[in-house]
Design a binder for this molecule. Structure first.
Ligand SMILES: Cc1ncc(COP(=O)(O)O)c(C=O)c1O
Length: 399
């Protein structure tokens, strides 16, 4: 297997990196990356096996540690994000959990933004406290709350921006300065923005996590995740945790996600164009209120947002006039747009966060976050937007 060492690789622009970076060809010289569906690797002799385990011989040992197809995915996503290193995981939640658990010990303190995807909140609310880790939740948009929450024993902070599902925007550079004042690492869940629209490491964050299940695959085929950061963190802290706990990405999924990365830029920009078009249309419709999208956000003109996120993304949140029953009638009246809690897919998908992705938080906490009985989260796909509009109008009529 040879790593493709193009002499211009260091100067490649982002769109070239997402197509070529990380490629490592076998002796057959294949154009598309090979899938190495193997759990283990054979050694030429016992000495070589011993040397590999001692870290004195480069080469693969076991696919729970690393695998050539998974390595190509890691190298490609690291190149796209301009990160020193990346570790692939079996799912986005495996990435989120590993990014925190690998560095925490009992007695440590973590600060989290309150507005998070339900499973991420579960880690902060339920799992970390079980191990004697104290967690403070803050309103992520309020920098004073971050400032007051950090302490000398704060080891890391976790936030997503834009948030799921209310699309709140949090100032990554400002929060990373606050975290660094106590030597804490800032972890960003960059799922909604994607590496195409927002690069948290450039803004000062220390670690980025992805659910590759979303836009990186973008076609609803497989689960995957990634944690990106500097070499010291990935090599010394994260990789030992992953090796010994085993949330590894399968080589087949790595191959699907490599192919996803090749078209990520094109797809994300088309998602943004479609979403922008639908946002404008939703404003004109009776029966739909409170349309939320990053470019229509109250802070959209602020300096931090202009520098932080370069496009609105694929998700729109809005309210249906009426109660939950009417919201459900609207959902059930859709035909083209599918009811599904996934997002970032070529197919338009819609969900009712209060009763699905955020159900576990309960009505009161959802209310505090702005998630109501009539809140809808629409992930705009790659269909012709006119068909999506017609579907929405038809469902509104039937509701
Ligand atoms: C913001 C966010 N983070 C993490 C995840 C978890 O990703 P996965 O489903 O790949 O485990 C999701 C999934 O919906 C998400 O929306």
């Amino acid at each position: 297997m040879t790593k493709v060492q193009d002499k211009n690789a260091k100067g490649w622009r982002s769109r070239t990196r997402q197509v070529h970076s990380g490629s490592a060809r076998s002796g057959f010289g294949e154009t598309s990356e090979a899938i190495y569906l193997t759990s283990g690797f054979c050694y030429e002799n016992a000495e070589q096996a011993a040397a590999r385990f001692a870290g004195e011989d480069d080469g693969y040992i076991y696919s729970r540690f690393s695998n050539p197809t998974v390595q190509m995915f890691q190298d490609r996503i690291a190149a796209l994000e301009e990160a020193e290193d990346a570790c692939a995981t079996a799912s986005g939640m495996a990435a989120v959990a590993a990014s925190m658990l690998c560095q925490l010990t009992s007695g440590d303190h973590v600060v989290g933004a309150r507005a998070l995807f339900g499973s991420c909140r579960y880690i902060l609310d339920e799992i970390l406290p079980r191990f004697g880790i104290e967690v403070s939740l803050v309103d992520g948009t309020d920098l004073d709350q971050w400032q007051n929450a950090v302490r000398p024993n704060t080891v890391c902070a976790f936030l997503e921006t834009p948030t799921n599902p209310m699309l709140e925007m949090i100032d990554i550079a400002a929060v990373s300065n606050i975290c660094h004042s106590v030597s804490a690492r800032l972890i960003i869940d960059n799922v909604f923005a994607t590496p195409i629209l927002q690069k948290p490491l450039e803004l000062g964050a220390d670690i980025v996590v992805y659910s590759a299940t979303k836009h990186i695959d973008g076609q609803g085929r497989c689960l995957g995740g990634a944690v990106l950061g500097d070499t010291a963190f990935c090599e010394e802290i994260l990789r030992p945790y992953l090796r010994h706990t085993g949330p590894s990405m399968s080589p087949f999924n790595a191959w699907v996600l490599l192919k996803g990365l090749e078209t990520l830029d094109l797809r994300v920009h088309q998602h943004c164009l479609n979403a922008q078009d639908i946002v404008g249309y939703l404003y004109t419709l009776d029966g739909i209120t409170n349309v939320i999208y990053p470019s229509t956000h109250r802070d959209a003109d602020s300096e931090f947002l202009k520098q932080q996120m370069h496009g609105g993304g694929s998700v729109i949140t809005f309210h249906i006039d009426g109660d939950q029953e009417r919201a459900f009638r609207f959902l059930n009246g859709l035909n083209l747009v599918k009811i599904s809690n996934n997002l970032g897919d070529a197919k338009s998908l819609i969900t009712h966060p209060l009763t699905t992705t955020h159900q576990r938080l309960g009505i009161d906490e959802c209310d505090r976050l702005g998630i109501k009985e009539n809140t809808m989260r629409l992930s705009v796909g790659l269909e012709d937007p006119e068909d999506i509009k017609e579907d929405i109008v038809m469902a509104l009529k039937s509701a």
